[in-house]
Design a protein around this ligand. Structure first.
Ligand SMILES: NC(=O)c1ccc[n+]([C@@H]2O[C@H](COP(=O)([O-])OP(=O)(O)OC[C@H]3O[C@@H](n4cnc5c(N)ncnc54)[C@H](OP(=O)(O)O)[C@@H]3O)[C@@H](O)[C@H]2O)c1
Length: 240
């Protein structure tokens, strides 16, 4: 376990789903989490569910200047940044011919451009602390699913970005971990998957624990892209 006690962890998308689960697991390991998202009420509720050491920055990371303001706010309040978990993201299905220019732009803005902007803004602070970055990518980066044109392209781009950051981070003492999960039971599936299918997906809490464990792994270990899946395909009804 090498994550220092009191480490400052910026968790985007920290108000819900995977981000909140990562924050819960990191808080349980004595990290001081800063939850970032657009909905102030969700962030407030999320911090109350944690241990009291967490704080929030309400920001739309796709808005110019907001990633930089987020990093500056955290540094002013906490003085350092040890971890950035990039979990903010969106998933909207449309087959390739139906992807409008607006849909494409929104998905890229949230899933890729905002990650790059926040990483750039936080790079120096992570370099100072010898910190770590986790990119919550997706299995869609490496496996094709129908209706995923924009999402898959954004997550494929994120994996490629993660590999470059992993190399460039080495010289600065920054470890970069890309996680490529298949289905996790979160709000992202609201209206997109029925309850029995969701019940067979991975639990967000388990994914959060895994992220915290990876961040705690011995720093002499370089961690390549990590793919995780539910133990069975959630869309296939098990044999009785
Ligand atoms: N669930 C899955 O099956 C699955 C599988 C593979 C990968 N993932 C990835 O996991 C990540 C988290 O998704 P989730 O499943 O936890 O779903 P979720 O609960 O919908 O989380 C998405 C989070 O992103 C935040 N967000 C969205 N747009 C934002 C913006 N412009 N600025 C700041 N924050 C923004 C949302 O907060 P606000 O709305 O308050 O801004 C929300 O907390 C995503 O990157 C997703 O692609 C999920």
């Amino acid at each position: 376990m090498t994550l220092p006690s009191g480490a400052v962890a910026v968790v985007t998308g920290g108000g819900s789903g995977v981000g909140l689960a990562c924050a819960a697991a990191l808080s349980a390991r004595d990290a001081r989490c800063v939850l970032v998202g657009r909905r102030d009420d969700r962030l407030q509720a999320a911090t109350e569910s944690l241990d009291g050491a967490a704080s929030i920055v309400a920001a739309d990371l796709t808005v110019e200047g907001e990633p930089e303001r987020t990093i500056q706010t955290v540094l002013a309040a906490r003085g350092r940044i040890d971890v950035i978990v990039h979990s903010a993201g969106m998933f909207d299905k449309a087959s390739a011919p139906d992807v409008t220019a607006d849909h494409w732009r929104r998905v890229m803005d949230v899933n890729l451009d905002a990650v790059m902007a926040l990483t750039r803004a936080g790079w120096e602070a992570l370099s100072d602390s010898g910190g770590q970055i986790v990119l919550i990518s997706s299995i869609a980066a490496v496996q094709a699913f129908e209706g995923n044109a924009a999402y898959a392209a954004s997550k494929g781009g994120l994996n490629a970005l993660g590999e470059v950051l992993r190399l460039e981070g080495r010289d600065r003492g920054i470890r970069v971990i890309t996680l490529c999960p298949a289905q996790i039971d979160t709000e992202l599936w609201d209206g997109k998957a029925p309850d029995p299918v969701r019940a067979r997906m991975m639990p967000a809490a388990g994914v959060g624990e895994l992220v915290a464990d990876l961040l705690g792994a011995d720093r002499r270990i370089d961690i390549g892209p990590v793919t995780i899946r539910p133990i069975q395909d959630p869309w296939v009804e098990p044999e009785p």
